[in-house]
Design a protein around this ligand. Structure first.
Ligand code: SF4
Length: 133
C-alpha cells in the first residue's frame, strides 16, 4: 500500500470511527465502508491504535472474533459547550483568572468537566452562586 493510499485510508477510517460515537464500529464493517481489504483495514486500525487515537476491543460477533473500534477522543460539540455552567452562573461578570472567583479554582467548573454524573451537584452549587450575587 503506498503512502498516499495509507494516509487516505487512515483519515477516512478515523472519520468513520469518530462518527460512530461512543458505541464505535466493528472492524469488519469499517473495511466495507472504506472499500478496503481486511488486511488494509487491520493495518489501518492497528496504526490508529498505536497512536492512541482509537481503542480496539475484542468482540465475538456472529460466531467470529473481531474488534470494535472506538475513538478515544470525541470532537467537542456546540451542545456540549452550551451546557457549560459558566453561561448560567451569576458570577460570570466577576469571574476571571487570578480574581475571585477564579475559573482555575472553581469547584462548579471542575465538577462539570469531570462528568455528567455530578450534574445535580453542579446545579446545587449554581443555586448557591445566586444567593451570593
Ligand atoms: S465561578 Fe465558576 S461557574 Fe461561575 S463563571 Fe466562574 S468558572 Fe464559571
Amino acid at each position: 500500500m503506498n503512502d498516499t493510499r495509507k494516509n487516505r485510508l487512515e483519515r477516512e477510517a478515523l472519520k468513520i470511527i469518530v462518527e460512530a460515537g461512543e458505541k464505535g464500529i466493528l472492524q469488519s464493517d469499517l473495511w466495507k465502508k472504506l472499500e478496503a481489504t481486511s488486511r488494509e483495514g487491520s493495518r489501518t486500525a492497528l496504526r490508529l491504535e498505536k497512536r492512541g487515537i482509537v481503542s480496539r476491543d475484542k468482540e465475538l460477533f456472529e460466531g467470529r472474533w473481531t474488534y470494535r473500534l472506538i475513538a478515544q477522543k470525541q470532537p467537542i460539540t456546540i451542545m456540549a459547550i452550551a451546557e457549560c455552567p459558566c453561561f448560567s452562573c451569576e458570577q460570570l461578570d466577576r469571574c476571571g483568572e487570578g480574581g475571585n472567583p477564579d475559573p482555575n479554582r472553581c469547584e462548579i467548573l471542575t465538577i462539570w468537566i469531570l462528568g455528567d454524573k455530578k450534574k445535580a451537584e453542579v446545579e446545587g452549587l449554581l443555586d448557591e452562586t445566586k444567593k451570593q450575587a
